[in-house]
Design a protein around this ligand. Structure first.
Ligand code: HEM
Length: 415
């Protein structure tokens, strides 16, 4: 059988909705042959079935297409390691502690807007959607926001260069950390600069801990001091967590903020509804996540030879769970192709943009707060926001949405 689709073809980027619709209708278990045989499931019930059956559909080989394994943490492990990892992250932050960041995030976004609002035009992504999540994740991890912003191009390069995205970055970082630790630098390739920086920060905190000094209440402190099952984390494990969180929490949230503003500008009636009704901010964020899932999909791997949707699937075959397509399945959603900010909020939250099951995104409350505050302040402080050109679409197959968003607004002087 020939490939049913080419996930890496340029036409698959951009407006993925028609491709998803065709796949759901014509080939719900679609086969791809590059660089080896793999499949993609696009119907909501099939995506759900795989995500909730980790015993038969493992994450051990990572959520990307690579069969080398992932970063060895969180999204690349099954229970019991996975349970251990979630407990570690829970020591670092909880949904409540993430929600408590809202006032700081409000000040941050206000200040960033202060910095460009006089201009009256620019690329919304570079002005706001990119810096906000990077600075917030730097705070959360205990890193220097200025340095983290400089690292962004490298993180992007990794995502654009291949479909392995997040877990590849974490894997590279761990390899580099192990190589640094062992004095063998041969394993250290991409991300080495970041790893050195992370290792330096870890060493600082370990010294503070040993001296009994008071430590900042951030993720780095939690990772350095947490003792679970009678042991603390090694440096390379901490670097693995940091590398994963750094990528998982930044590029994704950038896409959410950019995609949401883009859809509102494309749908002026919806923009008016939200503008006149702040109660709709949260629903608008959720509808954006449903309509434009920032992560198109992630993989699971068959533990044994099996059959799925009538297709023989050999052991170790990778299957892509298309979150973005499940979010548009007419079996689950009424008029799924309509961007509608008045949908029922509780029902909307069942979308797949943050995954489902045991790997459900741990940063979801933070991404939601960042997007809600960005929406509120953009509406308040950038009046008459409008598109001034066609946005460019992001070309990384894992991520979905706009790369650039050329906009103009009425600057304060002309108000
Ligand atoms: C709009 C923004 C975001 C999107 C779309 C998103 C998406 C996802 C998805 C789809 C998964 C599931 C992975 C899988 O099933 O294999 C996931 C997991 C995860 N995300 Fe997010 N994420 C976002 C923001 C964040 C942020 C801000 C953080 C950190 C503060 C974060 C931390 C995590 C963690 C720790 C996991 C791993 C959970 C596990 O494996 O148990 N994410 N995310």
């Amino acid at each position: 059988m020939a490939s049913d689709f080419d996930f890496f073809a340029p036409e698959f980027q951009g407006d993925v909705h028609p491709h998803f619709a065709r796949m759901r209708e014509e080939c719900p278990m679609a086969k791809a042959e590059e660089p080896f045989d793999w499949y993609a499931v696009t119907r909501e019930k099939d995506v759900r079935a795989l995500l909730h059956d980790w015993k038969n559909w493992t994450s051990e080989l990572g959520p990307g297409l690579s069969r080398e394994g992932g970063g060895g943490v969180l999204v690349s492990v099954d229970p019991p390691e996975h349970t251990f990892d979630r407990r570690i992250v829970n020591r670092a932050f909880t949904p409540a502690s993430l929600l408590a960041m809202e006032p700081e995030i409000t000040v941050l976004i206000d200040e960033i807007i202060d910095g460009f609002v006089e201009k009256g035009e620019g690329d919304f992504m570079q002005l706001l959607a990119v810096p906000v999540p990077l600075i917030v994740i730097a705070w959360l991890l205990g890193l220097d926001p200025d340095l983290v912003q400089q690292m962004r191009p490298r993180a992007d390069g990794v995502i654009s260069a291949d479909a392995l995205a997040q877990e590849e970055m974490a894997r590279q970082m761990r390899a580099a950390a192990e190589a640094e630790g062992g004095g063998d630098r041969s394993g250290a390739t991409r991300g080495q600069e970041e790893v050195r920086y992370f290792l330096g920060k870890i060493a600082e905190r370990r010294a503070m801990h040993a001296a009994g000094e008071e430590m900042p209440p951030d993720t780095l402190t939690a990772l350095v001091t947490t003792e679970l099952n009678g042991r603390t984390l090694r440096d390379d494990e901490i670097v693995g967590f940091m590398g994963f969180l750094f990528i998982a929490g930044s590029a994704t949230t950038t896409q959410l903020i950019g995609n949401m503003i883009y859809r509102l500008l494309q749908n002026p009636d919806q923009l008016e509804l939200v503008r006149n009704n702040p109660d709709l901010y949260e629903t608008c964020v959720e509808e954006s996540l449903r309509y434009d899932a920032p992560v198109n999909g992630l993989f699971r791997t068959a533990v044994e030879d099996t059959e799925f949707l009538g297709v023989e699937v050999p052991k170790d075959t990778k299957v892509l769970c298309m979150f973005g397509s499940a979010n548009l399945d007419p079996e689950m959603w009424e008029e799924p192709e309509t961007f509608d900010v008045t949908r029922d909020y509780e029902q909307l939250k069942l979308h797949y943009a943050f995954g489902q099951g045991i790997h459900y995104c741990m940063g979801a409350p933070l991404a939601r707060v960042e997007a809600k505050v960005a929406l509120k302040l953009v509406l308040e402080r950038m009046p008459n926001l409008r598109l001034t050109g066609e946005p460019e679409e992001i070309t990384a197959p894992v991520l979905h949405g706009v790369e650039t968003l050329p906009v103009a607004w009425d600057p304060p002087a002309s108000n």
